[in-house]
Write a protein that binds this ligand. Structure first.
Ligand SMILES: [Zn+2]
Length: 371
């Protein structure tokens, strides 16, 4: 850690950090570059605010970020709206002209998680008439000057409250660095020179971000005591700090760093329960070892898209929980019914009697981010 400090400082000042200037290069030195933010091109200081729902002030119950638990989720929405309002206010205090808000959570609620009646009127909700990926599909040059992330969680394996990366049991490793979702946002926006300037979440998130993103104003709103429990700070106190830190982050946004992965990008998906990638072990052409699949992508987007493909595979591991649940609910009848259903699908398809069901999202008209 001591060796790393001068290199980190140098990289903050100069953008990149040459391997070898402090002796042995650390992985981060060759894995990425850090640059000054792109110059504002339109005279409007515009900020994009991502909200997640696991790192909220006052929150210690995981069901408060789950749409499938309506009563607790309703409470979570009040936490969320309060936190977003505090940060929106701070960003305007610090000189922002526009703040746009996008859903980085994906609760399954077709409506926004935010309580729109209570949302600061100056905040503008990002909405599109087709499905988009909030991390990568909004990234264009010359629009946003800075990114703020609110209600975030630590990465898989960090011991944070609801800690995970992208979805349950998934760990993303980019150029040798296991990353948080905040870093995924950072690398996506770094492609167009836009820095992440503010983050809020639990103490483990703050620890996760300290080394890779030391310029970010991070507000710790609670202390994780396990993945399913936390000790929240007093809400008013934490939100007052969020507002102040967001204002400071905005006023100093030009000192923040836009981060870019060195290319080509080595990407790895590491699965832990309930996810599983061991089914790929015997597949030729796949670099697999110990629940890790590694590949090379030409750039961040190629790496990200490949990781998402692997997430779909890794979610196949969830089926073991499905069968445990089915057996617990229906006993041995579950196994027999499942076997019959598989046979029926095969015979129906083979007989030309089966066509795939309509996707559930097909009826939706407006999308505010992850869904
Ligand atoms: Zn998340």
């Amino acid at each position: 850690m001591k060796l790393r400090a001068p290199c980190l400082l140098l990289s903050l000042l100069l953008g990149a950090c040459a391997p070898g200037d402090t002796g042995a290069p650390t992985p981060a030195d060759v894995a990425r570059t850090l640059d000054a933010p792109a110059a504002d091109s339109d005279g409007v200081k515009r900020v994009l605010l991502y909200h997640d729902m696991e790192g909220l002030t006052g929150q210690s119950d995981p069901n408060t970020f789950r749409f499938s638990h309506p009563e607790r989720y309703a409470v979570g929405r009040t936490y969320l709206t309060g936190d977003v309002n505090a940060v929106v206010a701070g960003l305007f205090d610090g000189g922002a002209d526009e703040v746009h808000v996008v859903d980085g959570h994906g609760s399954g609620n077709p409506e926004p998680d935010l309580l729109l009646d209570e949302l600061d009127e100056r905040a503008e909700l990002v909405s599109r008439d087709e499905i988009f990926d909030a991390y990568v599909d909004l990234t264009e040059p010359g629009i946003y000057d800075a990114i703020a992330v609110v209600g975030m969680h630590a990465k898989t394996g960090s011991g944070g409250f609801a800690s995970h990366t992208f979805t349950l049991g998934i760990d993303f490793v980019l150029n040798g660095m296991a990353v948080t979702e905040t870093e995924i946002v950072g690398y996506s926006w770094g492609r167009v020179g836009t820095p992440v300037i503010f983050a809020s979440g639990d103490d483990r998130l703050a620890a996760d971000l300290a080394e890779p993103m030391p310029w970010v104003e991070v507000v710790t709103v609670k202390t994780a005591t396990s993945a399913s429990s936390a000790n929240p700070r007093p809400v008013d106190e934490a939100r007052a700090e969020m507002r102040e830190a967001a204002a400071r982050a905005m006023a100093n946004y030009e000192d923040a760093r836009a981060m870019r992965l060195s290319e080509p990008v080595t990407a790895q998906l590491h699965a832990v329960p309930p996810a599983d990638v061991s089914m790929l072990e015997a597949v030729p052409g796949i670099e697999y070892a110990d629940q890790r699949v590694t590949f090379t992508g030409s750039d961040f987007r190629a790496a990200y898209d490949g990781l998402l493909g692997l997430v779909t595979v890794a979610r196949g591991g969830y089926a073991s929980v499905l069968s445990e649940t089915g057996r617990a609910m229906a006993g041995p009848a579950f196994g027999a019914s499942y076997s019959d259903a598989l046979f029926e699908r095969w015979l129906d398809f083979e007989s030309g009697r089966w066509s795939p069901p309509e996707p559930v999202l097909g009826s939706r008209r407006t999308f505010h981010g992850f869904h």
